[in-house]
Design a protein around this ligand. Sequence first.
Ligand code: SF4
Length: 357
Amino acid sequence: MNLYIHVPFCAVKCGYCAFYSESGVSAGVVDAYLDKLESVIQPEAVDTVYIGGGTPTLLALPQLRRLISILEERLSFAPDAEISIEANPETLDEPKVALLREFFTRISLGVQSFDPELRRRIGRKCSEKALHRALQLIKEAQFPHWNCDLIYSLPDETLDEWRKDLYRAGESGCDHVSCYSLTPERAALLGETFLADDLRERIMYDEAGRILATCGIKRYEISNYAVPGGECRHNLNVWRGDLLRGYGPAAADFDGIDRHIQAENLTEWLNGAMPETDHITHEARLNEIFAVNLRTVAGWNAPLWEKVPRADSWSERVARVSVMQEKYSGCWLIDEAGVRLSAEGLLFWNDIAAELL
Ligand code: SF4
């Protein structure tokens, strides 16, 4: 089983952020959240655990310790389990990093940009000092894996600024980088307006692939890059339709048939609101899983597809996408290794996915 826990707390809400979180909550509210988690987490064997948010590392040291104890008590971990946590630089200090290093095998640091002016422009309140300290602590702690989160295509961001961010990430010692572009809709939340510039975004995307590759960090999904072996196993499993258990407000579940989404409201979740169930046909769910994993460079092959719960015929899948080759010329790679999108095809993923659904 793959387990996701959503920690819905942030120091302040960043204007561009679409993830559910509450800011300015008291320690008592966090304790109530942990009480609830303790009462709902079921004993289970897990391959991956991902603690996301929100800002999980906003929890005080004793609260983080309690969260870890709850997980240790309830879960049995595979010997090579991947246990990840998201962190914001300004919430890390030496005791917290030491505690996290004892339990987590992977930490994902929300850098967003190494440039203080760009961070200021997107409302990330992280000082240079806090960022450098966090990077140093993570490096010294020697996590088996760590990710650096970056955001690009910001209003007025130059190509040169983006290149500098990429080199800084590539040379930071991390083995994974995530690069997401700021969409005009999210920028509008910041009070910024800019017209989508596909060419500029395309150039920035290409630069991400080129520069990170020079640091040994290769694209393995449209927005994710890793040194070989540094890929996020939790995400790969979920993209490939593996079972997912979610706890916490706004967390999603997939039981092999339906997707369930917990209430996107802390009070409702604390009060035991029933999750929403996404009832779609089995065929529609398989189409969705097939489309999502085409975001990865490796795409699908027969053994991988056959692991999807109640997968349909692989040869029919191949026949269906073969028909699409004519319309999306140069976008598909179909051979004995499987079915995947070319570098060009990944850029048309949205259109291709829409046709597959
Ligand atoms: S800290 Fe992260 S999760 Fe919280 S509001 Fe900002 S971007 Fe969103």
